[in-house]
Design a protein around this ligand. Structure first.
Ligand code: ADP
Ligand code: MG
Length: 238
């Protein structure tokens, strides 16, 4: 059974349909990248998985549960955005602990999860610092730490590296992949950058104008693009 099953999903904003009936099946432990040009509907689809946008038609299931009417906080997901939106008045440690404390998780469990996440992300030296005292890369790690401590069934990333400089972006790709190899958490990662998609994905979903053009491994897309759009998009320099 798929971990995330997207079946015939459509999305309207008013009269305008921006997602035209998409089917994607994501397996347990997979790292799937949604890629496509700006405005093609990647964020909208991700936000529907997260429950931040209502679904106009079709179904989305996480695990064995259709989640169409399940609010975000009751979906077992954690999302990381491009703008990290850390709490400026809280230390790194408190930023990571906050959502668990809100949920009433036992303080000893919170401390343990924050400890593990900061070890994995190399944040131990920075736990007492405030966001303004961190570099862009460190802030993005804290944002990932906030997702990690929740130990979700599914990670959702929306262009998390877009604000970083080129060198750091490449380094963070590797770090996120290593994290995935270690935790094997099912991941849906959105980017408009086809190189990022090709280097990170187990499978890539190529989107264009609210439709899926092709789904396949990086090698499959590279060797056998199904149409001109895919060939042009995958083959273009980033
Ligand atoms: P991407 O993330 O691939 O750049 P989006 O999912 O943000 O694309 O947007 C898909 C389409 O939906 C675009 O045409 C965008 O203008 C439109 N759209 C996104 N959010 C809204 C909104 N809140 N209201 C109206 N149109 C929207
Ligand atoms: Mg987007």
């Amino acid at each position: 059974m798929a971990e995330v099953a997207i079946n015939g999903v459509r999305k309207n904003y008013g009269d305008l349909e921006v997602i035209h009936g998409i089917d994607v099946s994501i397996e347990d432990g997979e790292f799937v990248v949604l890629v496509g040009p700006s405005g093609c509907g990647k964020s909208t689809l991700l936000r529907m998985i997260a429950g931040l946008e209502a679904i106009t038609g079709g179904t989305i299931a996480i695990g064995d549960r259709v989640v169409n009417s399940v609010p975000p906080k009751d979906r077992d997901i954690a999302m990381v955005f491009q703008s990290y939106a850390l709490y400026p008045h809280m230390t790194v440690e408190k930023n990571m602990a906050f959502s668990l404390r809100l949920k009433g998780v036992d303080p000893s469990v919170v401390a343990e999860r924050v400890g593990t996440a900061s070890e994995i992300l190399g944040l131990q030296p920075y736990l007492k610092r405030y966001p303004r005292q961190l570099s862009g890369g460190q802030r993005q790690r804290v944002a990932m730490g906030r997702a990690l401590v929740r130990d979700p069934q599914v990670f959702l990333f929306d262009e998390p590296l877009s604000n970083l400089d080129a060198k750091l972006r490449v380094q963070m790709r590797t770090e996120i992949k290593e994290l995935h190899q270690r935790l094997k958490t099912t991941t849906v990662f959105v980017t408009h950058d086809q190189v990022e998609a090709m280097t990170m994905a187990d499978r890539i979903v190529v989107m264009n104008d609210g439709n899926v053009e092709q789904i396949g491994s990086p090698l499959e897309l590279y060797d056998a693009p199904q149409n001109t759009f895919v060939a042009t998009f995958i083959g273009s320099p980033s």
